[in-house]
Ligand binder design. Sequence first.
Ligand SMILES: Cc1cc2nc3c(=O)[nH]c(=O)nc-3n(C[C@H](O)[C@H](O)[C@H](O)COP(=O)(O)OP(=O)(O)OC[C@H]3O[C@@H](n4cnc5c(N)ncnc54)[C@H](O)[C@@H]3O)c2cc1C
Length: 390
Amino acid sequence: MDFRLTEEQERFRKEVRDFLEGEMKQELWEPTIDGWIMAYDPEFTKRVAAKGWIGLTWPKEYGGQGRCFIDRLILTEEMLRYGAPASCHWFADRQIGGSILKYGTEEQKRELLPKIIRGEMYVGLGMSEPEAGCDLASLKTRAIKKDDHYVLDGQKTWTSGGKYMNYLYLLVRTDPDVAKHRGLSELIITKDLPGITTSPIIDITGNEAWNEVFFENVHVSKECLIGKENDGWRQVMEQLAYERSGMERLMANYPVFEGIIQFAKETKRGGKWLSQDPVIRRKLAQLKIEFEVGRLFMYRVALVMDEGRSPEWEAAMSKAYATAFEQRLASVALEILGLYGQLRPQSKWVKLNGMAYHSYLSSKGYSLQAGTSEVLKNILALRKLGLPTG
Ligand SMILES: Cc1cc2nc3c(=O)[nH]c(=O)nc-3n(C[C@H](O)[C@H](O)[C@H](O)COP(=O)(O)OP(=O)(O)OC[C@H]3O[C@@H](n4cnc5c(N)ncnc54)[C@H](O)[C@@H]3O)c2cc1C
C-alpha cells in the first residue's frame, strides 16, 4: 500500500505551512491548545477565507474549490499543528456546509454557502439540552408550525460558538406526537431573532467557548428548515459522523506534544537531561506510536468520505481512540513537567505558556463532546461488530 500523498498535495501542505509561519512571524496570534474550538478570531478566519480554504471540498458552482477530503485533512492538520485560532469558521466548514449541500434547498445553498466561504457565518451547534445529552432524541425544544413560520420554545446547552456565533444550527422537536426519534427537524437560524437569549458557560479551563441558549416564543421562517420536516434524526446522525471524524480529535493538544519533547531536550533534572531518562524516552516514544496510529485512522476516515460514504463507525472508532490518546498526552505532559505542569498561564514560572495545564483540564471534556466514548463504542458494537442492542 502506498501511503504517500501526491506531489500536488505536498505542495498544498507547504503552502499552508508557509501561510501559517508568515502569520506567526507577524505575531498575529499565539499558538493555542484547542485553537479550533476555543480560539475565535474573525480576522484570521477572513484571511483563511481569502486563501480559498473554507469550503475546500464544496462544488465550485457554490464558491468552493471542489477538492477532496484528504486535501481538507492536510489543511486542518497544519492548522492544528500550529495551534491556529480557527474556531470562527470550523463548525460551518466541517459539518454545517455539508448538511446544507446535501439537504438544503437551492436558495439555501446560494445564500448560505458563499457566506461560510467568505468567513462571515459563524455557526453554534445547538443539539444538546440539559436533559438530553447521550439520549439526544429525548430533546424538548419545540418548533411548532404556525402559518408560514415555526414558533420556537426551549433551551439548548453547550452550544459552541462563544460570543462570536451569528447563526445557530438547531435540532428541534417539530412533532411531539410520534416516537421520539421521528419528530425531529433541523433548522439554521440567525442568532439575533427576538426571543433568543444566551448565557456563556465558563468551563473548567476558565474559557467561555460555549453557551446556554434560551428560546421564548421565537418566530422562525419555514425557509430555515434544512431538509425534510421530521427527518432530522437521520440527517443529524450523518452530520455527527463529520463532527467526530476530523484531525481536531487527535491534534487539539498538538502544540503540547512538540513542546514537551523540546522541554525534555532542554531540561536537566538531578544533573541529567530529561531526554536521556529511559522512562521519559519510552513515554514519549509510546505517544509517538499512538499518534501515528491515530493519524492513519483520520486519513482512513477522509478516504471513506472521498468515496462518498458517511463514515459512521469509522468516525466513532477514530474519535474514541484519538480522545483517549489526547488525554494520555496531557497526563504525560504533566508528569514530565513535574511541578511546573500545575502552573497557570499567568505564572511567571510557567512552561509551554501553560498549555499543558490547559490541556490536562480541557481534555476531560474531549471524551464527552460530540458523543461520549461509551456512546461511540455502542455505535461500533452495533454498526461494525453487528452485536445486538444492549
Ligand atoms: C466541552 C463540551 C463541549 C460540548 N459541545 C457541544 C456543542 O457544541 N453542541 C452540543 O449540542 N453539545 C455539546 N456538548 C454536549 C455533549 O454532546 C454532551 O455532554 C454529551 O452528549 C453527553 O451528554 P450529557 O453531558 O448529558 O451526559 P449524559 O447523557 O447524562 O451521560 C452521562 C454518562 O453516562 C454515560 N452514558 C449515557 N448513556 C449511555 C449508554 N446508552 N451507554 C453507555 N453509557 C452511557 C455517558 O457516556 C456519560 O459518561 C459539549 C459537551 C462538552 C463537555
